[in-house]
Design a protein around this ligand. Structure first.
Ligand SMILES: Cc1cc2nc3c(=O)[nH]c(=O)nc-3n(C[C@H](O)[C@H](O)[C@H](O)COP(=O)(O)O)c2cc1C
Length: 187
């Protein structure tokens, strides 16, 4: 099984990317969990140029090849960063996320990040993704939870992140092929 990890942050010391790196580091043997690295290379979405070059083709190929997708994104100005919304916009017409099992993490401090959470629900519902609620995790992460290797070292948080891939795998193993998406895409 292959789970594509997508961070909404382009910051090198990102806590969201650290959470995903930890998910990859703690994934059970036999599960591939690559971190998508192309967010900053995607051109601005333009419906006139829907076949917009290698970065978009690579994004779509990586999404299509994944059995599931896991996002972790910061909140910017009450919603997700424009770069992540741009990535999602590139999938609306081409449909890579339609019925795609996916989940998202939120590592913002308590009382923060709810706008990003809400946006993920709206946009991923709009594209008709299959949300794995059991794998969605709200886990506030302080800067001191992250070690020098760029993964989460705080034991309880690391253990919680270690449970995300097993929850996704469990869902994938038991899902009906005809599982309804959360929201059908609009015509
Ligand atoms: C441009 C910008 C806008 C932000 N807006 C919000 C916001 O609306 N709500 C919030 O809770 N945090 C906001 N933040 C704080 C980030 O969400 C926070 O620093 C987060 O940890 C960054 O994630 P990262 O470490 O993965 O880069 C903002 C940060 C930036 C740079």
């Amino acid at each position: 099984m292959r789970i594509l990890l997508v961070s909404g942050s382009t910051r090198s010391a990102s806590s969201n990317t650290a959470a995903l790196r930890t998910v990859a580091a703690t994934a059970p043997a036999g599960i591939e969990a690559p971190l998508y690295g192309g967010l900053a290379d995607l051109p601005a979405f333009n419906p006139d140029h829907d076949e917009a070059g290698p970065a978009v083709a690579d994004l779509r190929a990586q999404l299509a090849a994944a059995d599931a997708v896991l996002f972790c994104t910061p909140e910017y100005a009450g919603t997700v960063p424009g770069s992540l919304k741009n990535l999602l916009d590139w999938t609306v017409g081409s449909g890579e996320l339609y019925e795609k099992p996916l989940a998202w993490l939120n590592v913002a401090a308590p009382g923060r990040g709810e706008g990003a959470n809400a946006t993920m629900g709206v946009v991923l519902g709009y594209v008709g993704a299959e949300v794995i609620a059991a794998a969605c995790l709200r886990l506030p992460l302080g800067r001191d939870a992250i070690g020098p290797d760029g993964t989460v070292v705080e034991p309880a948080a690391r253990a919680a992140l270690g449970g995300v891939v097993p929850a996704m795998v469990d869902h994938l193993r038991h899902r009906s092929p005809a599982a309804d998406p959360v929201v059908a895409p609009r015509s």
